[in-house]
Design a protein around this ligand. Sequence first.
Ligand code: GLN
Length: 484
Amino acid sequence: MHNKTLSELSQALQSGETTSQALTQYFLDRIQQHDGQLNSFITVTPELALEQAKAADELRAQGKAGKLTGIPMAHKDIFCTQGVRTSCASKMLDNFTAPYNAGVVENVQKAGMVMLGKTNMDEFAMGSSNETSFYGAVKNPWDLDTVPGGSSGGSAAAVAARLAPVATGTDTGGSIRQPAALCGITGMKPTYGLVSRYGMIAFASSLDQGGPMGQSAEDVALLLEAMSGFDERDSTSIDRPVADFSADLNNDIQGLKIGLPKDYFGEGLDPEVNAALQTAIKELEQLGATFEEIELPNNKLAVPVYYIIAPAECSSNLSRFDGVRFGYRCEDPVDLVDMYKRSRGEGFGAEVKRRIMVGTYALSAGYYDAYYLKSQQIRHLISEDFKAAFKKVDVILGPTTPTPAFKIGEKADDPITMYLSDIYTIAVNLAGLPAMSLPAGFANKLPVGMQLIGNYFDEAKLLNVAHQYQQRTDWHRQLPEQFA
Ligand code: GLN
């Protein structure tokens, strides 16, 4: 049952082969059985899940079920869930129960989906390895000594081990695509503004975007349909009708022009990752796509620019965690300043503090022009590079990450090396474009991710290319042995 796609699960519910309550119990049992090894969930909500499942079965009995009604899923613990702990994997919010649901949570609930629980992540979504969580590192189901990627590492590991059919994630600089790649699943970061940020705990507001994670492009399309939509409570939400992201899955890709950025295939790319991608390129050629090399001249500046802008925005966003309004407060403060200092000092982990300090510095008088303003100017140039590229090609293809999953602890003490693992994903967020990662083989027995980048609102086109590729290959159907 756990290897079924969303459409197959939907079919099984429709035909009466199973019920939502049985299916939900089945996944709760898998979590119980396997998550001790993976640590992919922070909170499991069995009572709530079974209650929602019962309601879904009743809806179905009344003939009111939609495509996703009754199918279990998991939310990254960055999305506020009413009455359920919403921790953002931080000690700061360990005791925080959200008083309302995020827009995304409301939307998937409206679609009738059942929440199994909240998945582990890097603290406040800052990281590329899921090692900065207050609740401990998540393990990669393909090799328990390696990282699942981050920051949506819990969602990626849970889907890869089929503890949940699909899950939500968020991507500020790669946090959906990078863990999707390292765990061998499919994940999409939509165009900025497509998915509501209301109730999604803010890291860097101009970059953050929620998105779907699942085993296939088809599953990702279905979950994106449920997640997305205009939300007037998010001032950057885009007011346009929800597209039918599954509509184009079966289109022929004959004649599609795909760009290969020269930089993405150069120095730093693991040869085995490159070899897997070259094979994937041949598959797509056989489907009729044509390839040409393109230039993204400012891509090399994406990491430094991101590591000014994201910390600057996070230093501002995280100022609300002051020990007064939300979450953790230190014991016995002697005065107000002591309370602020110790609550923040004790509540935040090392990586979060590092970012707050970098961001505060970059925004301070005298440095603002040199760092923040300059970064925003380069950000514009990075968007212009993509604009020029999309005049020539329909889609851009490259690796998602330079290497497959690395060992737990390998980069934990070296922030710069860690930051470089997002070299191929960050520019997309700076430009606000849609992009996805899908499984394209193995390197050293670990999954390799292929990244597809599209022009604004070209989600359906990306999903079409990915689906066509997945019709010819079965990388996305493979399961780590231990979880088969
Ligand atoms: N790894 C990047 C960072 O640590 C991106 C994280 C994300 O997308 N949330 O900032």
